[in-house]
Write a protein that binds this ligand. Sequence first.
Ligand SMILES: NC(=O)c1ccc[n+]([C@@H]2O[C@H](COP(=O)([O-])OP(=O)(O)OC[C@H]3O[C@@H](n4cnc5c(N)ncnc54)[C@H](OP(=O)(O)O)[C@@H]3O)[C@@H](O)[C@H]2O)c1
Length: 254
Amino acid sequence: MAFARRLVGECAHMVLVARRKDVLMELSDELRAANSELKVTVVDCDLASQRARERLVQILDALPGGKTLLINNAGLGDYGEYMSSTPKRNHQMLHVNVLAVAELTRAVLPRLVMHGGGIINIASLAADLFIPDFAIYAASKAFVASFSEAIRLEVRKAGVPVVAVCPGPVHTGFGDVARRQGCTNGYSSFKKWVYTSIPTVVNGALDALAKNKARYYPSRRIRLIAWLLRNTPLGLMRLVMGMRPRKVEAMNEQ
Ligand SMILES: NC(=O)c1ccc[n+]([C@@H]2O[C@H](COP(=O)([O-])OP(=O)(O)OC[C@H]3O[C@@H](n4cnc5c(N)ncnc54)[C@H](OP(=O)(O)O)[C@@H]3O)[C@@H](O)[C@H]2O)c1
């Protein structure tokens, strides 16, 4: 939503995708009120469903040619140990965080090469880590970052920028979705100073795209953490991640 609001004056046509149609319709009205020239297409689509993704690709294929920006923003997590995770949530994470990103990128790339535009893929600082009790999420974001880097190199001669955005914690609905039912605890207890604001992420991502950067870590602090992660030997990393407090145990006791 924040990307849509930020880009409202810069687009002729926006395609909004999520499951909650009422939320999308409200956003659409808000965007059109801000820019009466804007055409908005609302697609209520569960990106975890293969069939729904195919329908979305058909809708995208039918759009008239023109400069296009794809923002793969939808994503979800699951706080807790893998052993007690549900197959349904794991399926959702892998389909939304991984398959949807790959399939939508594939669907729009020919259009981007022909007419120009770019791709913003929302990964995470977690892309640089393996995280106990957040295993699939971190691995799915590692996919997004690696995939984005590779595609960027494939299309760079065509002048199509692709950026992987790797935020640390941001105050959104993410934590509530990731928290397991019946658990009041999670990883929402990050220190205040690591949080980044939504406008910082959105403005920085668009700026990084304009500068054709491969990755964008919002805020100096997150960039410093990312730098430390990249420069930490794997063995030390395993030691540190192994010593990380397992909040899951507290969650399971509740
Ligand atoms: N918040 C953080 O701390 C943080 C940090 C690093 C990276 N990220 C990444 O940032 C991105 C945005 O997340 P957020 O923080 O804004 O979380 P959020 O508030 O929970 O928003 C998630 C968005 O994804 C959509 N979505 C979720 N499942 C979907 C599905 N099956 N099909 C279609 N749309 C779906 C949601 O809409 P519907 O529910 O209506 O479908 C919602 O618009 C994600 O990729 C997340 O991994 C977040």
